[in-house]
Ligand binder design. Structure first.
Ligand SMILES: NCc1[nH]cc(CCC(=O)O)c1CC(=O)O
Length: 309
């Protein structure tokens, strides 16, 4: 496989570039004969950064252009935050590798307050995610939740400028960008159930390139894969994109998988939670079953309202 070049299609945000460079470094370490190049691109999601995600709609806003580049042969792989990857792929493409998960939790970031409980009534909390909004408002209906968009740096700047008293971000993004010292506190899964795939990075590529698949394979992390596939199966069972208030989080203990799921109204007035445990090898079936249970308990009505409002 000498002299093979692998081109990584990537968004230009610092986080996307960090993730692409991380995969580049690991591939070059594993395969000294292989050259890895980045192909930075702008996606529709990047252009529409100021519109609330829930209003833009459409899945895969941040990855369609990257997929087109792979289909056109301008790039070989794309590195994604698993959280942002839709459940279905264009013909010929697939996600063959899921790398080891970073911290999956949500982080509370504030320059004044040590935690959610310490915020006074009326304090303004920034988040871009209906999932986070729902869980914050269920716990603290007296807070004001305000939309916060932009890349990680932009969100922190808006906090620092005083637009918000606190913001909620994925801990993984902050850690990867060496902004861990900005984390005031980590929210446990009980306080804020993470989004499916949060903290994990996946690699998408053309499925017909066997040589490439073999080069990528060592980057796959089996425990992360089992967890994330179970979480994604639950999301798929709910037909959920990243713009609906759905949490899905799996943990492993030996050969057992524990999956927790949550569907809520954005205003926090209703939250449906359920959990399931079973063999890790059956993770996707567990995810589908948990989705069914949530739907039967009223998630169907909630999702219908969210999609048609
Ligand atoms: N939706 C944007 C997004 N996609 C992935 C991450 C963080 C890194 C990760 O979850 O792997 C973020 C930022 C955030 O939610 O704060």
């Amino acid at each position: 496989m000498a002299n093979r070049i692998i081109r990584i299609a990537t968004r230009k945000s610092l986080l996307a570039l960090w993730q692409a460079n991380h995969v580049k470094d690991r591939l070059e370490q594993l395969h000294p004969d292989v050259t890895v190049e980045l192909v930075p691109m702008t996606t529709k999601g990047d252009v529409l950064l100021d519109t609330p995600l829930s209003k833009i709609g459409g899945k895969g806003l941040f990855i369609k252009e990257l997929e087109q580049a792979m289909l056109d042969g301008r790039a070989d792989i794309a590195v994604h935050s698993m959280k942002d990857v839709p459940v279905e792929f264009p013909e010929g493409l697939g996600l063959t590798v899921i790398c080891e998960r970073e911290d999956p939790r949500d982080a509370f970031v504030s320059n004044q307050y040590p935690g959610l409980e310490a915020l006074p009534a009326g304090a303004v909390v920034g988040t871009a995610s209906l999932r986070r909004e729902c869980q914050i408002r269920a716990r603290r209906p007296d807070l004001v939740v305000k939309t916060l968009r932009g890349n990680v740096q932009t969100r922190l700047r808006k906090l620092d400028e005083g637009e918000y008293d606190a913001i909620i971000l994925a801990a993984a993004g902050l850690k990867r960008l060496e902004l861990e010292d900005r984390i005031t506190g980590l929210l446990s899964p009980e306080e804020s159930l993470p989004a499916n795939g949060q903290g994990a990075v996946g690699i998408e590529c053309r499925l017909d390139d066997a040589e490439l698949l073999a080069l990528l394979a060592p980057l796959d992390h089996a425990p992360t894969r089992l967890r994330v596939l179970a979480e994604r199966a639950m999301n798929q069972g709910l037909q959920g994109g990243c713009q609906v208030p759905i949490g899905a989080y799996a943990e492993l203990e030996d050969d057992k998988l524990w999956l927790r799921g949550l569907v809520g109204k954005p205003d926090g007035s209703q939250m449906i939670f359920d959990e399931i445990t079973g063999l890790a090898s059956q993770g996707e079936a567990l995810g589908a079953e948990l989705a069914k249970r949530l739907l039967a308990r009223g998630a169907d009505k909630i999702l219908d309202e969210v999609y048609h409002s």
